[in-house]
Design a protein around this ligand. Structure first.
Ligand SMILES: Nc1ncnc2c1ncn2[C@@H]1O[C@H](COP(=O)(O)OP(=O)(O)OP(=O)(O)O)[C@@H](O)[C@H]1O
Length: 482
């Protein structure tokens, strides 16, 4: 369970934070004196810290420096009065995680602390490679002993200690983020920060602001200065995911940063120097994008000092079985199930499936099968129908059902869930509706994602993420309209 420490001499802040996290599984510990706070960091190892910048007997900025010596990876969120945001901004450029203005808003506190927990997990939880370690070690495990994965481990070992940019290429769901974290954990920057940014999930303006920061008034809504990740993570590692989705303007700014380690905040003139290692990833064909004039060749060369190609799951042979065992044991714990194994027929069926969504799809399918399962062994009937073919077809009945009958189908779907004794009806029903909606709009736009995103009122990146997480096959959607 994640632990949150609050150091603030204002008891109303303690109460608000405790109220915000009651019944959420987060353990909150509060104190009002700096010395007590330092002791609690030593004894309790919290996962995030809310720190008053104006403690009565201590200066929050100086205290933060002492805290960084104790635990360099503890995300510190400053709490500051409305009229002192300059100090908070100063704290950010010295590596604080973020800041909150008083009066505190419960939702903002919750959102930010949850993000800080995620960042802490990414930095803290080591990634082990299966060839070298036993499965009992703490942290995440990179499962796989296929030749393709052994080559990847070798490359990680070779490149991690060299302070160079790394480009990770591979289909969606093949584990690119896990590889980026493995490189970070084996690098000399492992005690500095690690931040991951998904370039496809933000609009151009927001992405630039997230990376480089902005000055007050730089654009509508920029009501105060914002420190970007390149400034905040000075000395650390930044993982840029989905770099193929960066706009030309962001591409040229990132190029300058890689060439000179310098940049300006959006709307600013001050040149800021930074020292960050960039690990980037994409599932898009960058060479084709360069040919089509969509991606800068000079940026590609800078990002591509060292390249790691992740093989798709269907080319990893026995890894499928190792992954199934690994996730079976993990999901038994998280879902409180006691599934002892998978029948031979079901294993054969899983081995002959081409896994277009790779490991993320394997996780999702196994999880669902475990939820549907009655008895201790997973048999073919607990797996979705697309797995029952000969492995060549990737048809997805849920996506191709005529949407005209969506209402009736939905009722039937709910009845099936009830009959199967599902304990995840809420998320299963929402997923069904999202799939119907996105399939319908993509069909109407003939697979054009920009147009579909516009109709749906979401960013192209969010749409792409949805398509991926719902495992929607675009080709199939288009052909179902033929
Ligand atoms: N070799 C592996 N062993 C164990 N788990 C893995 C492995 N590779 C990936 N995973 C898990 O699969 C899921 C997807 O991995 P990840 O997010 O790293 O993929 P990705 O290639 O970055 O995907 P995308 O391109 O969609 O961003 C994660 O939950 C990750 O922990």
């Amino acid at each position: 369970m994640p632990k949150l420490l609050v150091i603030d001499d204002d008891r109303t802040v303690h109460r608000l934070v405790e109220k915000t996290f009651e019944d959420t599984g987060v353990i909150t510990i509060s104190c009002g004196v700096a010395e007590d706070g330092l002791n609690l960091i030593r004894t309790e190892s919290p996962d995030a810290l809310l720190l008053d910048i104006m403690l009565r007997e201590a200066n929050g900025l100086e205290l933060a420096t002492q805290i960084r010596h104790l635990d360099p990876k503890l995300p510190i969120i400053f709490i500051t009065a409305m009229n002192d945001s300059d100090t908070a901004i100063q704290a950010m450029s010295r590596g604080a995680y973020d800041y909150l203005l008083k009066p505190l808003n419960k939702q903002e506190v919750q959102d930010l602390v949850e993000r800080a927990f995620d960042t802490r997990r990414l930095m803290q939880s080591p990634v082990h490679m299966q060839e070298a370690t036993s499965t009992n070690e703490q942290g995440d495990l990179l499962v796989g002993r296929s030749q393709g994965m052994l080559d990847v481990y070798k490359k990680i070992g070779r490149v991690a200690p060299q302070d160079v940019a790394v480009l990770i290429l591979g289909e969606s769901g093949t584990g690119k983020e896990l590889i980026a974290r493995a490189i970070y954990h084996h690098s000399s920057r492992r005690n500095e920060c690690f931040m991951a940014i998904n370039c496809a999930a933000l609009s151009d303006t927001l992405l630039e602001s997230e990376l480089f920061g902005h000055e007050k008034g730089a654009f509508t809504g920029a009501d105060r200065r914002h420190i970007g990740k390149f400034e905040q993570c000075n000395g650390g590692t930044i993982f840029l995911d989905e770099i193929g989705d960066m706009s030309p303007s962001t591409q040229s700014k990132v190029l300058r940063l890689l060439q000179e380690q310098k940049f300006e905040r959006v709307g600013g003139t001050e040149t800021i120097e930074t020292d960050v290692r960039i690990i980037s990833a994409t599932n898009r064909d960058l060479e084709q994008m360069i040919e089509d004039g969509e991606f800068r060749l000079d940026l590609y060369h800078r990002l591509n000092t060292f390249q790691i190609n992740l093989p798709p799951l269907r080319e990893r042979g026995g890894d499928i079985q190792l992954l199934l065992e690994h996730f079976l044991s993990r999901f038994n714990k998280s879902l409180k199930k006691h599934i002892s194994g998978i029948s031979d027929e079901a294993v054969q069926m899983l081995l002959s499936y081409p896994w277009p969504g790779n490991i993320r799809e394997l996780q999702a399918i196994l999880r669902k099968a475990m939820l549907m399962a009655v008895g201790p062994v997973l048999v073919p009937e607990f797996f979705p129908s697309e797995l029952h073919g000969n492995g060549e077809s990737v048809s997805r009945p849920a996506e191709t059902k005529p949407v005209a009958n969506a209402g009736e189908d939905f009722q039937q779907f709910l009845s099936e869930l009830e009959a199967a004794g599902s304990t995840e009806m809420y998320s299963e029903a929402l997923e069904w509706m999202e799939r119907q909606l996105i399939t319908r709009v993509l069909t109407a736009t003939e697979g054009n994602q920009s147009k579909a995103a516009e109709k749906l009122g979401i960013t192209r990146g969010s749409l792409r993420n949805k398509i991926r997480s719902l495992n929607i096959s675009i080709d199939h959607v288009i052909s179902s309209d033929d």
